[in-house]
Design a protein around this ligand. Sequence first.
Ligand SMILES: [Zn+2]
Ligand SMILES: [Zn+2]
Length: 233
Amino acid sequence: MPEKVFVDIELNLPKQLEKDLLENERICTTCKGLGIVIMDNNYGLKEEPWIRGFPYKHQSLWPCPDCYNGVQKVCSYCGQPGPRQYIHPEAHCLCEKATNERNSLAAKKEKERWEKADKMGIEEAIKRFKLVFVDGPDEYILSEDIKKYLAELREEPGLPMPYVWGTRTEALALPGADSLIDDACENLHEEARDNISREDIKELQELLDQWTEEVKSETITYFPDYKIGILVE
Ligand SMILES: [Zn+2]
Ligand SMILES: [Zn+2]
């Protein structure tokens, strides 16, 4: 059983702290600007398994978890602080104004991306892409089904027509035989790498190519191609 002692805090503290607050900064409400708080640092004892949890304390002074230096940054719209690591709380704040502002910024960026992209009609897109990407729902749709998909979207009132984009694909690609052998020889004796002939390397490369070709179709992955906008209207 620990012995409880009380330590008087005797610090040579000034009466006041000076803070030069910038716009969207306020004195922290947790530590009242001090920048430090009392932490309990609770603990328990193994030899007292009948006492659950951490009933004892080693109280000490710690940096305040809700601010830096006693100052909090606040959302410029609603004045509430976010987690202290956010330099611009309004970029994350869930208040209505900050959310609206973020949404309209995102919409503007999307519009700019659309305006910059090359455009292509639906018929051409059906010939060129197996799948197309629909922004908003963020779905990949078989290009031949895109008209039907959009018609269904149109029936839902209030939904803006989403941007539809072309797609690009990536499939499994292995490092070349040369680089595989380089890596594998790294810790071997000095001539190990040189003892492997050009023919041996060529043979491995052919095996790799053949294997890659066999599994490739199973690994094809689609990504939106924001350089090609598909005109749906
Ligand atoms: Zn604080
Ligand atoms: Zn806010």
